[in-house]
Ligand binder design. Structure first.
Ligand code: SAM
Length: 250
């Protein structure tokens, strides 16, 4: 089976499980922006890197459940959102409807984009680049971004050997992984640097990654504070972080 097909089968199944759970609980898909922006520590500052999106054509790259697309549409962006999974697109369409925003949803493969050259001024992606072959997806991403435009991606980072071991070996909630996905590492950064004029990598959650097992909010705020101090003073510690925010400019 090809990579894109394995990804689609996996995510359609995951979306079907989510839809079954949502139906059983009778949950609405309406949400406020803070719910999305604060669900991980990197999301709010990363989205801010897109700047003022009002009136601008913005792409949600691998939109999954579509929450980012809805937040961007509520900020006035003209949003196109795509994903490979029919199931996730169904959820994202329902979410847009229940939140009363208009979004152009498209089923597409991130390695073969069905959009015109320079179609977007800003591109957002969360946990998607690490599902793709960047040698193919990178040039496509650059092609659809306007000169002067910005693309921001939040991705798992794979340079911490201990964390990689934990990802492989320890049981924890929401662990489901596709056989092809691979946290980004320096090799991927080199690939992106060969394609984009500007590539900035910012590490997120060093000690703060303890939130995967600890739930004490005061303790976690303290760890986040320590991370801010440590990463500002010793930037090479970013290598050991859980996630990175990748900012790409043409
Ligand atoms: C980990 S989920 C992230 C979804 C969403 N961006 C989020 O923030 O939750 C990865 C998403 O990428 C999609 N995906 C995987 N491979 C893809 C491809 N080649 N083209 C388009 N979407 C793909 C999956 O269907 C899934 O919705």
């Amino acid at each position: 089976m090809e990579r894109w097909r394995r990804e689609q089968v996996f995510h359609d199944r995951q979306a079907w499980e989510r839809a079954t759970d949502q139906r059983r609980r009778g949950r609405s898909l309406a949400f406020d922006d803070d719910t999305y922006l604060d669900h991980e520590t990197w999301v709010r500052p990363a989205l801010a890197r897109l700047g003022n999106v009002s009136g601008r054509p913005v792409l949600d790259f691998g939109c999954g459940h579509g929450m980012a697309a809805v937040v961007l549409a509520r900020r006035g962006a003209r949003v196109t959102a795509f994903d490979l999974s029919h199931g996730y697109l169904d959820e994202a369409r329902n979410r847009a409807r229940q939140n009363h925003v208009a979004i152009d949803f498209v089923r597409a493969d991130g390695e073969r984009l069905p959009f015109a050259d320079q179609a977007f001024e800003a591109i957002w992606g969360s946990a998607i680049l690490h599902h793709l072959d960047l040698a193919t997806a990178g040039p496509e991403l650059r092609r659809v971004l306007r000169p002067g435009g910005v693309a921001v991606f939040c991705e798992p980072w794979g340079e911490n050997a201990l964390l990689n071991w934990a990802r492989r070996s320890l049981p924890y909630p929401e662990k489901g992984r596709t056989p092809d996905e691979q946290p980004l590492d320096q090799m991927h950064v080199r690939q992106l640097r060969a394609i984009f004029a500007g590539v900035e990598i910012q590490g997120c959650q060093l000690l703060g990654m303890a939130r995967r097992v600890l739930k004490n909010s005061r303790l976690l705020s303290g760890l986040d504070w320590c991370d801010r101090q440590l990463l500002a003073r010793v930037p090479r510690l970013e290598r050991y972080c859980r996630y990175v925010v990748v900012t790409l400019r043409r």
